[in-house]
Design a protein around this ligand. Sequence first.
Ligand code: AMP
Length: 219
Amino acid sequence: MRKAFHIVLMGPPGGGKGTQARLLEERLKIPHISTGEMLRSAGREGTELGLKAKALIDKGNLVPDEMCIQLMKTELEKPEAKNGFILDGFPRTLRQAEELDTLLDAEKLHLDVVVEIQVPDDYIVDRVVGRFSCVKCGAMYHEKYCLPHVYGKCDACGGTQFMRRIDDNIDTVLSRLAKYRALTAPVLPYYESVGLLKCVDGTGTIEEVKEKIRKVIGH
Ligand code: AMP
């Protein structure tokens, strides 16, 4: 099987995309591109775009397609994107999927595989509401399933400050999940129809899911 480097990770909020994208980035040495992370960072910087996005994100709504497409365009034009990338959280609508094709064509790139991490709704709330991350490096943890090995100290970078996302609360998660089922899930048949879609069961441990992803991407 051909080595897959241009990868899209899809799946519901809290399904493990961010965690798995980081592991892939480490292993394959290709950039992890997360529109959610870019938007949150713009929100922290307090730019006009960032504040507009933050208001939508905090309520569990999607940010307008145009804004995310523009962010993605900038990333795909960077030379690093030529050797591969892991897209996490983009595309989230059919329009974004179509625009992604156009952006890739313009850069003479194409997707190698789209991995759907499948997680039933019942798992989501529990996973999302307990998660937190290292302020310094973004490594993800969970208060029940994945605590740092040393209390209060990030395994990855030794950082001692952690944060929770404002949108990781029950009401917002339910709204994000509803948006996922209504607007993002219809993107899956789009990729299935061109033979790019591979599905993995995302209910196991981080290591188990990592191994399943390794198998389906063939690298
Ligand atoms: P994530 O970090 O991927 O869970 O994204 C957090 C939030 O950012 C989402 O709930 C959306 O509000 C927003 N967001 C991230 N990526 C996109 C996108 N591609 N399209 C629309 N909204 C997005």
